[in-house]
Design a protein around this ligand. Structure first.
Ligand code: UD1
Ligand code: UDP
Length: 385
């Protein structure tokens, strides 16, 4: 009997831990005995409510290898991670490195693995914002170009890769120089479907906040482009305050630690005071995943700059006002579920008013059948050399 395929999965930031749950679940179930997963946590996110909570709630086994890269400038943070990941790769043989998304943890994994000739499977391959001022855009391009398997969530992602010279039909086995493109759906959809019932059973957050289903706006803000620019940050929070008052809807805002810090530093004093004083503004610590699902399902409208929250809004049939000039998830905009409003109060207000008045159109299924993680396992086992 063949030895189990040994996969080293790298996680570090909140959304990666969440994404990793779907594959870890498949490894513990359908692929038990055929795939062995070792989990390396870079320590990019380290507060309990940005990291450990998700292991506990989503039933992910604890990380086998824990680095403590922590926060820092991009170069410093990424370098610490590369060093730790390289050490792990030198200690033990892995058949595949599994990388998620576009964070500095993804970049570090890609650079460490490609130099040591460990084949990379990139989940969420091919996404592009066409805006290289975003650190994530650089990270995802580098990772795609180091990978052997490119797991694309959408057809748009495949087209983006083709434009960069990747070929759709490649001979087997795949390699770094002849990588294989696979459209497998979205592991986040797998998770949202799997945990929705548990969230309904366990989350009491709406009740605790005193907000009614369909009776509040959910907002999340964490992109450095928004949080670290005083003009954009003030514009976004003024728009949220305006929305709250104009539509008499409470706003629930779980705050990323970066955002909380920047609000203190960069918001105009009167705006900050108004937000703090308003009983209709619920400024919360980062939420667990089950509470987050409950908020997304309960919200009347989602206002966000998060990639994951944009999609989850769609999974739960909620319209989204996106606080960015562009998005990697163009299908959502084309389907009319999301509107790009940047950090422009007039556009935010207009998009929100339109959704609140008219609702959103019916959207086609866009992100697979809820078995994206199993498809990854299938391809890796089929192509093992
Ligand atoms: C990172 C990713 C981003 C992703 C986001 C998910 C990069 C370049 N960015 O952004 O793509 O959307 O994670 O949430 O990798 N902090 C804490 N506690 C923590 C973690 C962070 O206080 O547990 C604070 C620190 O002040 C830190 C700041 O948040 O400097 C930013 O953290 P960092 O991981 O560098 O970037 P994110 O904004 O979280
Ligand atoms: N999320 C969460 N609690 C929060 C905010 C987000 O559980 O307070 C989840 C959200 O449901 C989604 C993921 O984190 O699954 C998105 O992560 P984030 O917005 O940090 O990053 P992005 O997706 O933009 O990279």
């Amino acid at each position: 009997m063949k030895a189990a395929l040994h996969v080293l999965t790298i996680v570090g930031a909140r959304p990666q831990i969440i994404k990793a749950a779907a594959f870890s679940h498949a490894v513990g179930g359908k692929y038990r005995g055929r795939i062995k997963e070792t989990l390396l946590h870079t320590g990019q996110h380290y507060d309990a409510n940005m990291s450990r909570t998700f292991f506990d709630e989503l039933g992910i086994p604890p990380a086998d290898i824990m680095l403590h890269a922590g926060s820092g400038d991009h170069g410093v943070q990424t370098a610490r991670m590369i060093e730790g990941i390289e050490r792990a790769l030198q200690k033990e043989h892995y058949d595949v490195m599994l990388l998620y998304g576009d964070t500095n943890s993804t970049l570090a994994g890609a650079l460490a693995a490609v130099k040591l000739h460990v084949p990379i499977a990139h989940v969420e391959a091919g996404l592009r914002s066409f805006n290289k001022s975003m650190p994530e855009e650089v990270n995802r391009i580098v990772c795609d170009h180091c990978s052997t398997w490119l797991f694309c969530p959408t057809i748009t992602a495949v087209a983006n890769l083709e434009r960069e010279g990747f070929e759709v039909d490649t001979e087997m086995p795949a390699s770094r120089d002849k990588p294989r493109i696979v459209v497998n759906g979205d592991v986040m959809f797998d998770n949202s479907m799997r945990f929705a019932a548990l969230a309904a059973e366990r989350s009491t957050l709406l009740h605790e906040l005193g907000v009614a289903p369909e009776g509040f706006i959910l907002a999340t803000i964490h992109r450095n482009h928004n949080t670290d620019d005083p003009i954009r940050l003030n514009a976004i929070f003024s728009a949220l305050l305006d929305l709250q008052q104009r539509h008499a809807l409470p706003v629930v805002l779980p705050l990323h630690p970066r955002t909380r810090k920047r609000m203190h530093e960069l918001l105009a004093a009167d705006l900050h005071a108004a937000l703090q004083a308003s009983v209709h503004f619920h400024l919360l610590p980062p939420c667990g995943f089950l509470d987050m699902i409950a908020l997304e399902r309960g919200a009347r409208l989602v206002v966000t700059d998060s990639g994951g929250v944009q999609k989850e809004a769609y999974f739960f049939g909620k319209p989204a006002v996106v606080l960015r000039p562009e998005t990697e998830w163009v299908e959502l905009v084309e389907a009319g579920q999301a509107v790009l409003a940047d950090a422009d109060p007039a556009r935010i207000t207009a998009a929100a008013a339109a959704f609140l008045e008219h609702g959103m159109p019916q959207c086609p299924p866009l992100f697979g059948d809820g078995h994206a993680a199993e498809a990854i396992g299938e391809v890796l086992l089929e192509e093992r050399v």
